[in-house]
Design a protein. Structure first.
Length: 265
């Protein structure tokens, strides 16, 4: 691996082989998502605990100080909205020159396997990988399902992840699911887990993150289940403990409760 690519991958994946990415890119198709209405306010308390942030260029420029040393995964696909015809009809929205100017650690793009725009989104990925590889910038593929959340089973996600890896993604972001080990087994590049809509309890999040890591995911790219929680700092600290210290879900819950009640910072 070239030095630049290796250096960027090392910025993303920590020396223990794990990572906690914090996505705040949701506005690119959802607009002002709940508790991300003012991205700077959402981000500021959480930034110290994230290994990298997943963000569009607009929110990066407006809401993150350039002297922040936090690695950036730049969201470079879009062109659709939640009220439009089809969320899968994405294009590449940001040039490689812009990614270089913004000094990013990686670029992220969604693929929509099985959708009417499968072909376009997979070619978008291939083109982005070609551009990224020229300059040593890794691509994270996002296995997106649009509004069809029920698609998230092991057979489908294994297909998406494998295709993303075959087309050259250096990291794949996918959903946790039952039989998650099958998804990991079939994907020759590292997998990070997304959360999806906020679930009912913190413990559910700790349990799936813990289980996913045991089954081979290297970490998370978890947004709403962190910053839509009433105590986002407690949440991200507890997740860090699972990801970087191998804490059990029970220990993570205790840490969450203790930070929440102010007993621990
Ligand atoms: C939005 C994304 C998000 O980065 C991804 O879905 C992770 O966020 P969450 O945990 O909130 O699902 O790709 O398009």
């Amino acid at each position: 691996m070239e030095w630049g690519m290796a250096n960027r991958m090392a910025q993303l994946i920590q020396s223990d082989g794990h990572c906690l990415f914090l996505p705040v890119d949701h506005g690119y198709f959802q607009g002002p998502t709940r508790r991300l209405e003012e991205p700077r306010k959402t981000l500021e308390p959480l930034l110290p605990y994230a290994d990298a942030i997943f963000i569009t260029r607009g929110v990066l420029r407006s809401s993150v100080e350039p002297d922040s040393a936090k690695p950036i995964i730049l969201r470079v696909s879009g062109g659709t909205s939640i009220i439009g015809k089809d969320l899968a009809n994405e294009g590449i929205t940001t040039s490689i020159e812009e990614a270089i100017r913004l000094n990013v650690a990686a670029m992220g793009l969604s693929i929509f396997v099985g959708s009417d725009y499968e072909h376009e989104s997979l070619l978008n990925l291939s083109k982005l990988v070609d551009e990224g590889e020229k300059y040593g910038i890794p691509v994270m593929a996002v296995t997106a399902v649009g509004k069809e959340l029920e698609k998230r089973d092991a057979r489908y996600l294994a297909l998406c992840c494998r295709i993303a890896a075959e087309l050259g993604a250096r990291v794949v972001k996918t959903y946790y699911c039952e039989e998650f080990e099958k998804v990991v087994k079939g994907c020759p590049v590292p997998i990070v887990m997304a959360g999806g809509p906020q679930v009912d309890t913190e413990l559910e999040v700790f349990e799936f993150v813990y289980d996913g890591i045991q089954k081979g995911a290297i970490g998370v790219n978890l947004g709403r289940n962190v910053w839509q929680n009433d105590f986002p700092v407690a949440m991200i600290k507890a997740l860090r403990a699972i990801i970087h210290e191998n804490a059990t879900p029970k220990a993570a819950q205790e840490l969450y409760d203790s930070v929440k009640s102010g007993k621990q910072q």
